[in-house]
Design a protein around this ligand. Structure first.
Ligand code: GUN
Length: 287
């Protein structure tokens, strides 16, 4: 079997197109422009690239982008004061604080200072609880993007065996909640899981979010399974700096029914979902 490639780049462009149409209508009919504030603390190069890309795409769909860059030694109190200001700014509908934060800051405390209605990352404890109990919430962007691609490929996910590899709060846990919400039988596997290849071999759907380059091998994949690769890892190969996922693409694509590439799979969908969440937050704020 040669896997169908799930084109996240094209799908994300379609999602951004829908968001842009909706934003244009909001402006025309109600005079409202959604606004997204992104806060970056420090100079982490990968975070700088992500923040720049988010700002650019926010403007491209017609929204206002507000970027706040703070130095790495900013006192936590100053960051909390900025979040308070953004919480009370009616032009700001979504707030994203780029993670990781410098070590002197308490990430949980900072994230939970964001107004849950403006928490477009879906990381606030209220949104985590709402998602876990199947109530209306802000849904974390990366798992939401994965779910949209899975629904688009399969239609119904009901009854499918899904294995999520990775138990992070950003991807693994919310991904499992979303798959459960769509009536999958869900296993969360992680670094201490026994016989991981055997566990993965049972899955109709594999979501790899471990942050280990090319860890998931083709002979771990059930024939015809759908493989969603969340990993973005930079490695040296043949003297070149290359981007690879958490899945060994060539061997997995030879057995899977469908697979997301890296780059061009999950990555573009994450930012598209961030824009969709900002639009949702704006619509909810304005009734
Ligand atoms: N760092 C890596 N991924 C994310 C994300 O989805 N949101 C935020 N805020 N920071 C991140």
């Amino acid at each position: 079997m040669v896997a169908e490639i799930i084109d996240g780049k094209a799908f994300a462009a379609t999602v951004r197109g829908h968001v842009a149409d909706h934003v244009a209508r909001l402006k025309e009919e109600h005079g409202i422009t959604p606004g997204l504030a992104v806060v970056l603390v420090g100079e982490d190069p990968a975070s700088q690239v992500y923040v720049r890309s988010k700002g650019k795409q926010t403007v491209e769909v017609g929204m206002n982008s507000y970027e706040h860059k703070l130095s790495a030694d900013t006192p936590q109190k100053d960051l909390l004061d900025l979040i308070d200001k953004l919480n009370n700014d009616s032009a700001v509908h979504g707030i994203l604080v780029q993670l990781p934060l410098p070590r002197h800051m308490n990430e949980d405390l900072v994230i939970n200072a964001i107004d849950p209605a403006k928490d477009v990352d879906g990381f606030h404890i209220s949104n985590v609880g709402l998602l876990g109990t199947g109530q209306k919430s802000m849904v974390p962007c990366t798992p939401l993007g994965c779910l949209m691609m899975l629904r688009d490929h399969h239609g119904s996910l009901s009854g499918k065996d899904a294995v999520v590899i990775g138990r992070s709060n950003i991807v693994g846990k919310p991904m499992a909640q979303l798959l459960l919400g769509d009536s999958c039988t869900v296993t969360i596997a992680h670094s201490r899981t026994k016989d991981l290849p055997d566990v993965v071999r049972r899955a109709d759907i594999v979501v790899a979010a471990v942050g280990r380059p090319e860890m998931v091998q083709g002979d771990w994949i059930k024939e015809g399974a759908t493989v969603i690769d969340v990993g973005i890892n930079r490695i040296e190969r043949d003297g070149k700096n290359v981007l690879v996922g958490d899945v060994h693409y060539e061997s997995a694509a030879a057995v899977a029914g469908a697979i997301t590439p890296v780059p061009g799979g999950v990555g573009p969908m994450t930012i598209a979902c961030l824009l969709a969440n900002t639009l949702t937050a704006c619509c909810r704020a304005n009734g």
